[in-house]
Design a protein around this ligand. Structure first.
Ligand SMILES: [Zn+2]
Length: 369
């Protein structure tokens, strides 16, 4: 195991932070698998699962079972982790500009595309190496303005050349699910069977350039520009490890086993557990519909994440106790109620839950901000 520490320059005099990456296996070995947790710094199931995973990787390395290169960044957002406001962790957005830590990653195809003109040959595999070099050169030339921009660049500098990128998040209250593109369906299937995810939300381009999409969208864009000489070498996903309260050593150890099964299935190591779950149900991300609160009030539920619901089924209520008035929270589509908001109060117009259905109901940017 090797550890490298990447300093962030700090936003003000006397202030610095450090990004820590741990490596197992040989640099340059394939597949390169990159795992990070806590990019939204109020979502701790992922970092705890990675803490347990790292012990398993130590053992595998001592036994000579690592065949690829595994990189783990258990605390991907030291900026967000330090940001508390009014005795609560903020985590999802930076306090200076309120930007979502998981949006706005650099567009590698735009940064490196012109430099690739005239350099690509007929061998797609050789082109992968050329393109990854161009990505690295383009990232090295970026001069980030803010500490948060610098964090984004330093994170993707460690991951842009990975074959597999797993970004571990969680939701408010949710069943385990993940987001994936259509690029590598066989890996989508493996990931579901190894992690026990109930649901895979599928979309080619979700919008917003989240961390996962910043690794796959560039290959698609370069293929549009340069043709079939550009393959799809990267699988990247955001995994939602249930809800914010689902933080325990028992769950984290179980999730670390699931990740070891996945690392084994993709030949990053040998001798890990076999996939222990069924296939995740695949649904279009554009079919996941949110219910918006028609008024502010107390939020209470008669359903829970994981319930199958019919369209217009009553899921819960918003109650204005002062006016002695109550409205129903109804399923916006038929399908799987996979997430609910954590809070027990809401303002008018706030999203309260999502139901994943098969009918396409949305277009444009498909991610909540
Ligand atoms: Zn998140």
């Amino acid at each position: 195991m090797r550890t490298d520490s990447v300093p962030l320059s700090g936003p003000s005099p006397g202030t610095t932070r450090t990004l820590t990456r741990h490596h197992w296996g040989l640099e340059g070995a394939r597949p390169k698998v990159y795992l990070q947790g806590g990019l939204h710094a109020d979502e701790m199931p992922g970092p705890l699962a990675l803490f347990h995973l790292m012990s398993l990787l130590d053992t595998a390395e001592a036994e000579g079972r690592i065949t690829g290169h595994v990189v783990v960044v258990p605390v991907a957002n030291p900026i967000g982790l330090s940001e508390w406001l009014l005795h609560k962790p903020v985590g999802r957005r930076d306090l200076e500009g309120a930007h979502n830590f998981n949006r706005g990653y650099p567009d590698l195809a735009a940064l490196a595309g012109d430099a690739l003109e005239g350099r690509l040959g007929d061998d797609p595999q050789a082109n992968v190496a050329i393109i990854r070099e161009a990505f690295a050169a383009a990232l090295a030339a970026v001069k980030p303005d803010t500490e948060v921009d610098e964090l984004r660049i330093r994170l993707i500098q460690g991951s842009h050349d990975a074959d597999i990128v797993l970004d571990l998040h969680c939701d408010h209250r949710a069943v385990m699910h993940f987001y994936a593109s259509t690029a590598r369906p066989e890996i989508t299937d493996l990931l579901g069977r190894c992690t026990g995810s109930v649901l895979a939300l599928i979309e080619d381009v979700s919008g917003g350039n989240a961390f996962d999409e910043a690794h796959t969208a560039p290959w698609r864009a370069l293929r549009d520009r340069f043709g079939d000489r550009v393959p799809s070498p990267c699988f990247s996903t955001t995994l939602e490890y249930r809800g914010q309260g689902d933080v325990s050593d028992a769950l984290a150890a179980q999730d670390a086993d699931g990740l070891m099964a996945f690392l084994t299935a993709i030949s990053a190591l040998i001798g890990g557990p076999a996939p222990a779950h069924g296939t995740a149900e695949e649904m279009p991300l554009a079919g996941a519909v949110e219910f918006m609160a028609p008024m502010g009030g107390i939020v209470s539920w008669v359903t829970r994440p994981g319930d199958r619901v019919s369209e217009a089924q009553v899921l819960g209520h918003v109650t204005d106790a002062a006016a002695r008035r109550r409205v129903e929270i109804r399923a916006p589509t038929m399908g799987l109620l996979f997430r609910q908001e954590l809070w027990t109060t809401c303002l008018k117009g706030q999203g309260l839950c999502h139901v994943a259905g098969r009918d396409i109901r949305r277009q444009g940017d498909l991610l909540s901000d």
